[in-house]
Ligand binder design. Structure first.
Ligand code: M6R
Length: 364
């Protein structure tokens, strides 16, 4: 049931404030100031390495979470896509926890990777949307993301709910490892509780994104750039756009621009720059200026301050609500999704059932 929306994808994008709110509530204690986890989760002070494995959008949730686990919890993380991990037969060192992220919980490569580490890692954790799925059943601890059924082949609400649960888990790891005090934990939780409201505000930018998408839909190639927490988001934005609009899109870490992709820049290749006014903003803006200097057309997705400081010569800009830097990936997923959605509409493609793709990839 599309509940009055034209597409499941539109409905699922719109549901995000509510389902993220739900996911947060499920992992908080009754007072809403502490975390509430299944007892089977490890004490992360006893874990030396976290290996995260997934496919597609779920792998971008892992790449984002790496920044959180490493920066907030000081826990070394490696992220791998499941199809590579499973055949490389990577050594699993003692005191390793393995974490698998999957919306469906049935993705063949992710399940095979889980089976490979099951006897080797100290703990096998999964972050899934389907609690009775194979991946959930075969892990020591399954953490549901509580996103509700996701029908659109392009993953939207599952991604932001995966991020929400992974952020909460990174906070647990940080607390277990004495990297944050109880007070700092509570501060993080308070800012997270405000996020669904800010996501609601971001959704009101849908019309502005439709106008930008209208211009974007003529392009045959699009580049996405981001640094730090925005790099995995750039990857996600590019994947979403190619999946449903069939426009070729590639994402790079902004710092890689000079190492190759800048050769592609010309007025026909729009460049989407994802850059909240964070600690890396100036670096990203200087990469953006290099694009503009070569007549590249930039779509700058930022916040009000970022727009004031850097939007002068860009083609389009969009100002999102201002949120703490650690939470930007969850918020900036919204314009990435809406840009792809409206571009697909402008091109007349099948938004919910894009060609050649299946919702759940149960064969390798
Ligand atoms: O069910 P899973 O989360 O394991 O699926 C992984 C990918 O197949 C999935 O995220 C895919 O990349 C989506 N179509 C992205 O929108």
């Amino acid at each position: 049931d599309k509940a009055g929306y034209k597409h499941f994808m539109a409905k699922e994008i719109a549901e995000q404030p509510a389902v993220i709110q739900n996911a947060i509530t499920k992992y908080l204690d009754e007072a809403g100031t502490g975390l509430n986890w299944p007892e089977t989760l490890p004490d992360f002070s006893q874990v030396d390495r976290l290996t995260m494995v997934a496919c597609g959008t779920a792998s971008y949730a892992c790449f984002t979470a790496k920044y959180w686990f490493e920066r907030i919890a000081r826990l070394p993380v490696e992220v791998d896509i499941a199809s590579e991990f499973r055949y490389r037969e990577p050594p699993v060192t003692p005191r390793t926890a393995a974490l698998f992220v999957s919306q469906s919980g049935e993705t063949a490569d992710t399940l095979a990777a889980l089976r490979y580490v099951r006897d080797k890692a100290d703990h096998v954790i999964s972050v899934v949307n389907v609690p009775e799925s194979s991946i959930a059943r075969e892990s020591d601890t399954a953490l549901p993301i509580h996103a509700g059924v996701e029908v659109g082949v392009a993953s939207t609400k599952a991604f932001t709910c995966q991020l929400t649960v992974l952020f909460l888990l990174a906070l647990k790891a940080a607390h277990d490892r004495d990297q944050i005090t109880t007070e700092q934990l509570q501060d993080h939780l308070a800012t997270l509780r405000a996020l669904p409201g800010q996501i609601n505000d971001a959704l009101t930018l849908s019309d502005a994104l439709r106008d930008i998408a209208h211009d974007l839909s003529d392009a045959s190639d699009v580049l996405f750039l981001g640094r730090g927490l925005m790099y995995p988001l750039a990857l996600e934005g590019a994947l979403k756009l190619k999946e449903i609009s069939y426009i070729h899109a590639e994402a790079y870490a902004s710092g890689e621009l000079k190492h190759g992709p800048i050769a592609l820049v010309d007025p026909t290749v729009p460049v989407v720059v994802m850059a909240p006014r964070d600690s890396l903003f100036d670096k990203t803006v200087s990469n953006m200026q290099e694009v503009i200097a070569r007549s590249g057309r930039v779509i700058l997705i930022t916040d009000a301050q970022g727009r004031d400081e850097a939007a002068e010569d860009v083609w389009h800009s969009l100002a999102l609500p201002t949120v703490p830097e650690v939470l930007t990936p969850i918020l900036y997923a919204i314009p990435a999704q809406l840009l792809a959605y409206h571009t697909a509409i402008a091109k007349g493609t099948d938004v919910d059932q894009p060609r050649n793709l299946a919702k759940s990839v149960t064969v390798e």
